[in-house]
Write a protein that binds this ligand. Sequence first.
Ligand code: BEZ
Ligand code: FE
Length: 284
Amino acid sequence: MPKSARAEVQPASLEDEITQAAIERLQEGGAGRMQEMMISLTRHLHGFIRDVEPTEEEWMAAIRFLTATGKKCDDQRQEFILLSDTLGATMLVDAINHRKPGGATESSVLGPFYREGAPDYENGADLAEGETGGESVLVSGRVVDLEGGPIAGAVLDIWQTAPDAIYAAQDPSGSSYNLCGRITTEDDGRYWFRTRKPVSYTVPGDGPVGAMLEAAGRHNWRPAHIHFMLSAAGYETLVTQLFTDDDPYLDTDAVFGVKDSLVVHYERGDEGLRLDHDFVMTAT
Ligand code: BEZ
Ligand code: FE
């Protein structure tokens, strides 16, 4: 039955009563944060249903979609996180949990390809393992506090795609740390390392989230970026990414991770490509 016809045969008050009853049931039992979240979830879910007035087939299709999303998850693949990412929910949670004062480096999504246990390198090291192709780039800068003072001993945990658009974490052998590594800042807060210019890549498109993106007329590309997780005693851990300014997907990142302050320019000089970037951390 179309939305307009349904609206005429049933008083709106009955529909409101159902919402009210579901919320009152939650108000009677439970407590604290769980109760608060369940009441809000119920209110928003009913609001969504009221807004779109799904047919029963549409509601079943939504349930099938969520079921397929769960079934696609295993030890290697987390389709629900990808759903959260592609709906912008991950970045909203990130923004709420990492509100920062002006001047501090902004955060971005961690993503599924963080490679824990990456090797510790000296400043100046090349993060590439053997012949990895791509364009070599020297990345350098300082890690400072909000006043511009150097943070010595800050650890930059770095990971990115190889030129074939694959992360070390995706290597089936499980032993690759290509283009992953940990660099520690010197006494003056400086760091520098060599890597390869990152490339754009697609988030997994062969599951229900891929089908959802296609149905919504969206692509599954992420603009090229280098991931960083910075940690230093007395400072809030900073998870962020630096995006290449000439990338065609900057404005349509599939996971909404781009922030203007994180878009950087690679300079071409006599000695090849260079990227200079300072990170500003906030005290805990
Ligand atoms: C990433 O940047 O590695 C990423 C983030 C979210 C989903 C997929 C990949
Ligand atoms: Fe990434």
